[in-house]
Design a protein around this ligand. Structure first.
Ligand code: NAD
Length: 470
């Protein structure tokens, strides 16, 4: 399969003028493509193109923008197989999961295409009518991570376009190829300059967050990078949405039916090999259920077939990159050295590729790095607790606040506990479910603002109040 390594600026494919870098297949450690980063000058060209395209796109009738987004969704579906295979080769996930990612990308596009922003009426009296309407912001920059690269790019780009903004997107250098292809496909439908792509890492990222002609940055990635973006955006007072790291806790209540919840717990923790922002990352289980839950999870882990995502039999792919792979190895080794019990997995594969089997770690507690830090990989620490109050305190003893969950047979009681969790979303008997119509975002160090639903869409707009006498 030939893969484009060109950026798209003002409707024209261009190679970066900057440093060369390789895109690595994590299943083989082979370079699958060479790309060039953009120079800052090329970023400026992309911003100028987006700025020039903005007035016409802003003034395009709403129904037409909606129609074009549906056309993009059609093309995503028509190119689904190619996009899914690119994702597997640069990201590593099994093909079926990559196909799901492309399907979700098309679904999110259609949802945004159909979303309308109602006019607000603040006062409608004998003397005046005061309404609020929403205007686009201008040029929006999207900066994405490497875990769900296509889906997250869609989450950023579609609401921006729907509301009349033009876009520059910068994918992660680990997984740029699917986004370059996405932008190429979108450009077949959109006027030149409405969507642009640039490649690069920290240098281009920081040129974006400091750019005087970019009005908003939507960023998904780690908390330290989000903090840099926030600091660097201050002088231009950019609008920001920051979706940052999570270290989600789940609490299994004493009345839980272990057989009924085990698979849900496992899938919530290991979705995308654990490389999901709102995956279940710390599991607190009442002591009465502890051994039963550990045993079930270990059995499910051992059933996984670890391998290259393109092989039909694979259910579990590699970790996406060497750094993250080392982080997982280090955190498990540290827990082992502190006396933790490794119930399954626990050491990297000897084969080529960043393969690490799904690993369940018991007899750990808060204060161990594996519990306190975001592992973002295929390992789950399971912590025993004695009473529910203690479990809530342990779950909240964390600087992150993305998601959380409570598992139990009495959903009323679980709901009461869920309200006490310090996180943006708390699920009951479920975890990590995100949907296009339900707002999603973090509190504490997990972010600023929300995505999805009307609330998410409004973040790409500026409120204007029209105050008119009658
Ligand atoms: P990262 O912060 O290393 O990189 C993310 C993006 O930021 C990349 O495109 C990178 O090139 C860019 N970047 C690097 N330095 C920059 C700078 N100085 N200024 C601007 N951009 C810069 O994150 P990652 O390792 O790619 O992703 C993993 C992290 O993302 C995890 O912490 C995970 O929890 C988080 N995440 C959060 C969500 C969410 O919705 N909250 C979703 C997915 C991933």
């Amino acid at each position: 399969m030939t893969m484009t390594n060109s950026m798209l600026i003002n409707g024209i494919q261009v190679k970066g003028d900057g440093e060369v870098f390789s895109v690595i297949n994590p299943a083989t450690e082979d370079a699958i493509c060479q790309c060039n980063m953009a120079s800052v000058d090329q970023l400026d060209q992309a911003v100028a193109a987006a700025r020039a395209a903005y007035p016409a796109w802003r003034d395009t009738p709403d129904a037409e923008r909606s129609r074009l987004l549906h056309q993009i969704a059609d093309r995503l579906e028509a190119n689904a197989d190619e996009l899914a295979r690119i994702i597997v080769q640069e990201q590593g996930k099994p093909l079926a999961l990559a196909q799901m990612e492309v399907g979700a990308a098309a679904g999110w596009t259609r949802y945004n295409a159909d979303l309308e922003i109602p006019e607000q009426v603040f006062e409608d009296s004998d003397s005046k009518r005061v309404i609020g309407h929403r205007k686009p912001l201008g040029v929006v920059a999207s900066i994405t991570p490497w875990n769900w690269p296509l889906m997250i790019a869609i989450w950023h780009i579609m609401p921006a376009l729907r509301t009349g903004n033009t876009v520059i997107c910068k994918p992660s250098g680990m997984t740029p190829l699917n986004t370059l292809r996405l932008v190429e496909i979108m450009n077949e439908v959109l006027p030149a300059g409405v969507i642009n792509s640039v490649l690069g890492e920290a240098e281009i990222g920081s040129a974006i967050s400091g750019h005087a002609d970019i009005n908003k940055v939507i960023f998904t990635g780690s908390t330290p990078t989000g903090q840099r973006i926030l600091a660097n955006s201050a002088t231009t007072l950019k609008r920001l949405t920051l979706e940052l790291g999570g270290n989600d806790a789940a609490i299994v209540l004493p009345d839980s039916d272990v057989d009924a919840i085990a698979e849900g717990l496992f899938n919530s923790a290991f979705i995308n090999m654990g490389q999901t922002c709102a995956a279940l990352k710390r599991l607190y289980v009442h002591e009465s259920q502890y051994e039963a839950v550990c045993e079930k999870l270990a059995t499910l882990a051992e059933q996984q077939v670890v391998g290259n995502g393109l092989d039909d039999t694979t259910t579990f792919g590699p970790v996406q990159n060497a750094n993250q792979y080392r982080q997982v190895i280090e955190l498990v080794d540290d827990a082992r050295n502190q006396g933790a019990r490794i119930l399954c997995g626990g050491s990297p594969s000897a084969d080529k590729g960043y393969f690490y089997p799904p690993t369940i770690v018991a007899d750990v507690c808060n204060g161990t790095r594996l519990v306190d830090e975001e592992q973002f990989g295929p390992v789950l620490p399971v912590i025993a607790y004695q009473d529910v109050k203690q479990a809530i305190a342990l779950a909240n003893d964390c600087s992150a606040g993305l998601g959380g969950s409570v598992w139990g047979s009495d959903t009323e009681q679980a709901g009461q506990i869920a309200r006490q969790l310090e996180c943006g979303t708390a699920w009951i008997n479920n975890h990590a479910e995100v949907l296009p119509h339900i707002p999603f975002g973090g509190c504490k160090l997990s972010g600023v603002g929300v995505e999805f639903g009307l609330e998410g869409l409004l973040e790409y707009t500026q409120l204007q109040v029209i105050n008119a006498p009658k």
